[in-house]
Each structure stands twice: as C-alpha cells, then as structure tokens.
Write a new protein. Sequence first.
Length: 208
Amino acid sequence: MADFRAIADALKAGRAPKVKAQVQEALNEGVSASDILNQGLVVGMGEIGELFKKNEVYVPEVLIAARAMYAGLDLLKPVLAASGAEPAGKVAIGTVQGDLHDIGKNLVSMMMEGAGFEVNDLGTDVAPEKFVEAAENGAQIICMSALLTTTMPSMKATIEQLRAKGLTNVKVMVGGAPVTQAFADEIGADAYTDDAASAVDAAKKLVC
C-alpha cells in the first residue's frame, strides 16, 4: 500500500521528482486521489507550515516544498476532478489595487492549495471589483494582501463593495506587513493572520 508518510517526508525535503513518482505509484496501486492528497501532501505541507511558524524553516524551504507539492498535485488534480471530489473550500486571493508585491500572497496561495483548497489566484494590483466578481463566481473566502500602507484602504473598499452586493456569506481574510488585527477589525474583515501557515488554519475555521 501507499506510504503516505514517505510522500509527506519527500515533500518536506523538497524532492519533487520523488513526490511525483510516489504519487504515481500510489495511483497505480488504486489508492484514492483524495487519500493521497489528504494523508500525504496535506500532511507534509502542514508540517512545513508549522516549522515555518516556528522559524525553523524559511521562505526558500517553503517554496521548494511547495514545488514538490505541485509535482504531486498536478497528477492528482485531473483524478480528483473526474471523481467529483469536493475541495476543502474555494478561495480567491490577490494583492490589492496599487500593490505589486506577491511573495507573501504566493506563499499563502501555495499553502492553501497544499491544504486542499481550490485557489483562484487573481495576481497583484487587484481592483475591488475583481474580488467581488470572484465572490459572485463562488469563492467562499476572499484573501487580500497589502505590503504598502497606501494600498490598505483598498481592502476596506473591497469589503464595502461585497456588502453592497449582498455577499455577506463570503468571508474576508487580510494580511501583509503593515496590516494589523486592529485594522482588520476596523474594516470588518473576518480574519487577520501574520503568516502563511496561520492563514491556512484561519481559512479552515471559516469554512467549517
């Protein structure tokens, strides 16, 4: 049977070819794609996230692990889609209008995918209307990042537009270096996190 622990360990070590081979082997054995995802890739990415939170690994290691995760995920996605497997939740993520920083956003996006969420990455310099459109198209969580204090008001504008459209069930998460819990409370965001791993934990709570 598939060795989920070995898949998780290979992912954590950033060994993309090994993860791909082990995932393919498990699929060939008839192991379900959702089991491989949840017991192998999600576990490995979750453990990397915990190490990242404790400053035991850093951004480069997380990016290398994420690359290994995608090597496995690319094999699983078509199988999961064909089986009608439900994602953990649907997330739309982007850096807000006027802001072109994307490293933090990319980390959160990778960690979310690693945790089984369906992620729509809207990129950088995303206008409030684009976030609203994503919510209208089924996103359950809108994740906004800002690295400049001058672009933070765009987060408030997005939340106001979501409310104006009656999209009150859509949850909003915010983050980025200048963003604080106090600011998140002030603009009516549902969650604020200061690192990628915490963002995954918050997202899971919001969709449970």
